[in-house]
Design a protein around this ligand. Structure first.
Ligand SMILES: C[S@@+](CC[C@H](N)C(=O)[O-])C[C@H]1O[C@@H](n2cnc3c(N)ncnc32)[C@H](O)[C@@H]1O
Ligand code: SF4
Length: 381
């Protein structure tokens, strides 16, 4: 049996943050109930895969999974277990926003099998949190981590952002050091990107806010990376740091080009050599699910791409080079029956000469300089 990851998107938030272009709508009870039924239908639509795959990671992301009833999360997990074999030691992650967590819900998540929590902290500076439209403050963020630990969660991630207008190196220093004091095992450290259509993008266009200069953006990144690495949160991907053994197994599937299916609006899947996705529209998604249930139709998905070998190879290089471990020659050979060193000799020589990649007899990986301009490196392949 092959391994499979399952992502479930919970498309609801209390309030949209100023920078976010992930798909979510304002939560209400009726939409939540309808959505859970539809997502269960979609899980069932994959039943033909169950004799070929065994599930080893589940990631419930959003949106804000922690605003829906824990019982509904339980129904989703039960639907997966009804269809698939789920490994006993599967990683089951859930994203949560600080002030939507309480001891009751945390105990419920633990008892239904969630074993990894990813909490959206962003920053521990209250002025910054307010500016970006978060509904929590730093005190609530630290309390959420404390409560999660008390309820028995040992595997906790904190999502952080840097490159926020008005943010300083001191903010980064203070935020990360305070999280380390809480014995956090994993930090995702994202550079704020303003996407078209978001309120903060419009503010930047009107020059009402100014993003930090590129040099300061890089300094924030290096500062964060240094503090984390001194405290054993080692960089394993461009934006991800973990104590050894706490790397996110589900997200590693994305960078290893392994198979996963995505449930819910806006979610993506990769099966065989095919990438496909669901529409980013809750109403359309609910309709598609109803059609499937009442007219025995297949679930409507958009096929993005059937990938040929060259496309798969290029994508694999791009994904694997994001990892600190780099691309291992033996894995490349086993996967594509192609010798990496021979095929890309010219590119490797050029990139190594410019100190953008380093090579040994087993692997090629980005240097720190290469990580800064990773898109330029990928372009060379
Ligand atoms: C999509 S959210 C879902 C989890 C949860 N709702 C939350 O807000 O923490 C996952 C993470 O993506 C990051 N993120 C979202 N939009 C971003 C952006 N425009 N630039 C950089 N990081 C972003 C934030 O750190 C956020 O915690
Ligand atoms: S960052 Fe998280 S809470 Fe904020 S709008 Fe996006 S998904 Fe919702």
């Amino acid at each position: 049996m092959k391994k499979l990851g399952i992502y479930i998107h919970i498309p609801f938030c209390v309030k949209k943050c100023g920078y976010c272009d992930f798909y979510s709508v304002k939560w209400d009870q009726i939409s939540e109930s309808k959505y859970i039924q539809s997502a269960i239908n979609e899980i069932k639509s994959y039943s033909e895969l169950n004799d070929k795959y065994i599930v080893d990671t589940i990631f419930i992301g959003g949106g804000t999974p922690s605003i829906i009833k824990p019982q509904n999360i339980e129904y989703l997990l039960a639907a997966i277990k009804n269809i698939f074999i789920v490994e006993g030691n599967a990683e089951i992650s859930m994203e949560a926003n600080p002030n939507t967590l309480n001891t009751g819900s945390l105990n419920a998540y633990k008892s239904i099998g969630i074993n990894r929590l990813s909490i959206g902290i962003q920053s521990l500076n209250d002025i910054i949190l307010k500016k970006i439209g978060r509904i929590h403050n730093s005190k609530e963020a630290l309390e959420a981590i404390e409560k999660a630990k008390q309820c028995g969660f040992a595997n906790i991630n904190a999502d952080l952002m840097f490159n926020i207008p008005g943010q300083t190196i001191d903010d980064i220093d203070n935020t990360i050091n305070n999280l380390i004091k809480k014995d956090i095992k994993h930090i995702s450290f994202y550079s704020l990107k303003l996407e078209k259509g978001t309120p903060m993008y419009r503010l930047e266009e009107k020059k009402k806010i100014v993003l930090p200069e590129e040099d300061l953006e890089r300094e924030m990144y290096y500062t964060g990376r240094n503090i984390m690495e001194i405290h054993n949160l080692m960089q394993y991907e461009i934006s991800n740091f973990a104590v050894k053994g706490y790397e996110c197994r589900h997200n590693l599937k994305y960078w290893n080009q392994e198979e996963y299916i995505g449930i819910g609006p806006s979610s993506h899947s990769f099966l065989g050599n095919m990438r496909f996705n669901n529409s980013s529209d809750l109403k359309e998604y609910l309709l598609s699910s109803e059609r499937q249930a009442f007219e025995s139709k297949t679930f409507e998905r958009n096929i993005q791409e059937v990938m040929d070998k060259n496309e798969l190879m290029f994508e694999y290089i791009m994904l694997r080079l994001r990892l600190a471990e780099g691309l291992k020659f033996v894995d490349f050979k086993n996967k594509f029956l192609v010798d990496f060193g021979e095929t890309y000799a010219e590119q490797i020589e050029y990139l190594a000469k410019n100190n953008l990649v380093e090579i040994d007899d087993k692997a090629v990986r980005l240097t720190k300089k290469g990580m800064d301009i990773s898109n330029y490196v990928f372009e060379k392949f």
